[in-house]
Write a protein that binds this ligand. Structure first.
Ligand SMILES: [Zn+2]
Length: 308
């Protein structure tokens, strides 16, 4: 059973049960209720029963869902979209035009699931569930500045490449909160721990640019997809910016000296431990927190011929 709470006016957080940093890479999803209802993120397909239960418990009918809005194509955010959309004949899926093309193609999805196994192990399909392509006519492709009208509130798309090239954040006009997906990495309030936004396939320069862009919106709230809602938005974006800048710097220097991923992870954990209740050693024990970022930096700097 998921944990359900209203984190802002008619915005309900649906979070898988367990300690925040331990349920990663499962995703926190948000039900936004207005004249029309939207679901921001679906998470992995294993999360769908929780979502159905939560929606019913809150007194809504899942068949009244107008929009499913995965912030980007990664399977821990968009994984369950195809399964859920097939159960809802009237629902539309909001995505960046390029993300929509990827999510409509089962052969591309199958390749994504193959690479998921490399990161999360051979049993990833079993642990997180499969991923189904979405019919092209289900999509409403949106890009920078497009507004999704829910009635009394609008969700405005902000293109935030870096973590993923086709990543969108959405600003809610009613609460001035931003659904930030993975653009700012993860933020786990219980332990005051961050996960960096850089993963394999990321562009660290674009991550910084997108973070600066989000800062310009001066949001009152942030709705993290890994972690939950936070009110000290500007401060958190600033912390994320500093961590990401230092992370990229330190990773590049270490990699240029021939450090392996384990050594890079250790340096990244030292950065993240400064604000966390966990020590660097403890952060290193959590799977994916720093190892994914270390590999992300290695792949990026390699592609740019900045390391050999
Ligand atoms: Zn992601």
């Amino acid at each position: 059973m998921a944990l359900i709470s209203e984190v802002a006016e008619k915005i309900y957080e649906i979070k898988p049960e367990g300690r925040e940093h331990e349920i990663f890479p499962l995703c926190t999803v948000y039900l936004v209720v207005d004249d029309r209802i939207a679901l921001v993120e679906v998470g992995s397909s294993v999360q769908i029963p929780d979502i159905l239960q939560a929606v019913a418990k809150l007194g809504y009918d899942i068949q009244d869902l107008s929009y499913i809005i995965p912030t980007h194509v990664h399977s821990d955010h968009a994984g369950g979209t195809g399964h859920l959309a097939r159960q809802l004949p009237r629902v539309k899926v909001i995505a960046h035009p390029k993300a929509a093309r990827l999510l409509a193609d089962q052969s591309i999805i199958d390749r994504m699931l193959q690479s998921r196994k490399l990161v999360f192990g051979d049993d990833a399909d079993k642990r997180f569930g499969g991923m189904l392509a979405i019919d092209e006519d289900k999509f409403v492709p949106v890009d920078e500045g497009a507004a999704i009208d829910l009635g009394q509130r609008k969700l405005t798309a902000i293109h935030t490449p870096g973590h993923d090239p086709n990543h969108l954040c959405f600003m809610d006009s009613k609460t001035r909160g931003i659904f930030c997906g993975d653009a700012l990495g993860g933020f786990f309030s219980e332990s005051n721990s961050r996960a960096l936004a850089c993963v394999p396939g990321s562009d660290p320069q674009l991550i910084l640019e997108s973070m600066r862009k989000l800062l310009q919106f001066n949001p009152d709230l942030l709705f993290f997809s890994h972690g939950g809602a936070r009110a000290d938005a500007s401060r958190i974006i600033q912390v994320a910016l500093n961590d990401e800048r230092r992370g990229a710097d330190i990773a590049l220097k270490a990699l240029q000296k021939g450090a392996n991923n384990e050594a890079v992870s250790r340096r990244l954990a030292e950065i993240l431990a400064r604000e966390s209740i966990f020590s660097a050693e403890e952060l290193l024990v959590f799977p994916y927190f720093t190892s994914l970022s270390a590999e992300g930096y290695r792949q990026y700097f390699n592609k740019k011929h900045m390391i050999s």
